[in-house]
Design a protein around this ligand. Structure first.
Ligand code: FAD
Length: 410
């Protein structure tokens, strides 16, 4: 009797989403082969520390691996590192790797993430102009960090600001250039932007808003619409774009990300997509979006694994995120877009701890909590209840710090 052929799951992209998918497939009962293909030379590592401890501290790559290598060996996962998938042929269920190897799959998971948006100005390709997405990017930056030297960061989003904090802590003279009229404009409310501008300024970072870089000269002078800035190093952090090309070229439905359903399935029933690269529906907010966050990457990995193992549990997660800058731990739960009212607990104009609760009418949409873990935890529990109409929140009481937070959970 011939042995039935073993089935194979292939995962493209070996980071937060891909690594979790490999482990979750095994945990969810996948008995066939699992092949995890990643173009980076490392096993999956934590990306958030790249702009934080990995940049400012003495950590090396071994300290930030998500799991020890033995975990993949024990789970019988074949990790193919330093290889890029060039093409997918969905009809024959084949993937083609650079170097000529071909692999056949029964199920395929795309976890190709995102890459930095390139700065479209002259001089952006000069040496000492860096992007920050991978461990290798940070190793190049670290080699140039020197106390007293000047760093210019183009882009005042979370990554730009975290990088500014890390470099300032290492004694660099750091300037952040933001083309909009306030830092963090794309992601949060003016109250948060003002708070972070104050803290960065107090810590010695020069924040310049309404300032679009137009050219970087040979000597690394950055020419902008709002002055000229000398630099020894320039770091560009102007957002990311999803790596959709593999999916697009093989005919999958794509938009601002690979389009997936509630089980992370693409328009091809044998191909799934997870993490930063996906355009998906969030049932809690009843909206479509692309999320750049670790919790989303791991949640979607688990969802895809369960669906592949015929035990579907549709994705239904509240988005959450965090950012560490200086001594500030910002925790964000929910999506604040569309808010019409903000309730503050604590004073953002003084000190280093407060929380902002975002409402639309009487519905709590989101919370931004700076050094306020309890407000974050309570907000995270209240948001789904409030959005579903199962909880009314007394805004006046919420703003009153004398009212204990646990009152709101009753
Ligand atoms: C500096 C930095 C700080 C961050 N801080 C936070 C934070 O504090 N909190 C938070 O929640 N999130 C944070 N994020 C975002 C978070 O890291 C991402 O949401 C997360 O990494 C997404 O995981 P992913 O696996 O979907 O994609 P990615 O991490 O982008 O991984 C995709 C992988 O696929 C590989 N790949 C792409 N195409 C191919 C191909 N054709 N063949 C083979 N391999 C391929 C890429 O090389 C990459 O390794 C941060 C990101 C950065 C860069």
């Amino acid at each position: 009797m011939t042995k039935p052929k073993t089935k194979t799951s292939i995962i493209i992209g070996a980071s937060h989403a891909g690594g979790q998918a490999a482990i979750s497939l095994r945990q969810s009962g996948w008995e066939g082969d699992i092949i995890l293909v990643g173009e980076e030379s490392y096993a999956p590592y934590h990306r958030p520390p790249l702009s934080k401890d990995f940049l400012s501290g003495g950590k090396d790559i071994g300290d930030i691996l998500i799991r020890p290598l033995e975990t993949y060996e024990t789970a019988v996962i074949l990790c193919v590192r330093g290889k890029c998938v060039d093409t997918i042929h969905p009809k024959d269920r084949l993937v083609f790797l650079d170097g000529g190897d071909t692999l056949q799959y029964d199920k395929l998971i795309l976890a190709t993430g995102a890459r930095p948006r390139e700065l479209p100005i002259p001089g952006a390709d000069l040496p000492n102009v860096f992007y920050l997405r991978s461990a290798d990017d940070v190793l190049k930056i670290k080699a140039e960090v020197q106390a007293g030297k000047k760093a210019v960061i183009i882009g005042g989003g979370y990554i730009g600001l975290e990088t500014a904090a890390s470099l300032t802590k290492q004694g660099m003279k750091t300037t952040v250039l933001e083309m909009e009229d306030r830092i963090l404009q794309r992601v949060t409310a003016p109250v948060m932007s003002d708070f972070y501008k104050r803290i960065h300024t107090e810590e010695g970072v020069n924040i310049v808003e309404n300032c679009a870089a137009t050219e970087i000269q040979e000597d690394l002078k950055v020419i902008t619409t709002n002055g000229e800035f000398n630099a020894d190093m320039v770091i560009v952090g102007i957002g990311v774009i999803p790596n959709i090309e593999l999916a697009q070229d093989c005919g999958l439905e794509v938009g601002n990300g690979i389009v997936i359903d509630e089980n992370c399935r693409t328009s091809d029933p044998h191909i799934y997509a997870i993490g930063d690269v996906t355009w998906h529906h969030n049932p809690i907010y009843d909206t479509h979006l692309r999320l750049e966050s670790v919790p989303n990457a791991t949640d979607q990995a688990k969802t895809a694994a369960l669906a592949i193992c015929d035990n579907p549990k549709p994705y239904n997660a509240l988005p959450w995120f965090w950012s560490d800058q200086f001594d500030l731990k910002l925790q964000i739960a929910g999506l604040s877009g569309g808010y019409d009212d903000i309730v503050l607990r604590g004073n953002p104009d003084e000190g280093r701890s407060f929380a902002a609760f975002y409402f639309k009418g009487d519905k709590l949409l989101a919370v931004d909590a700076v050094n306020r873990p309890q407000e974050y935890m309570v907000g995270k529990r209240l948001i789904p209840l409030s959005l579903a109409g199962n909880k009314s929140i007394d805004k006046k009481a919420l703003a009153d710090e004398a009212v204990p937070l646990k009152t709101f959970l009753k």
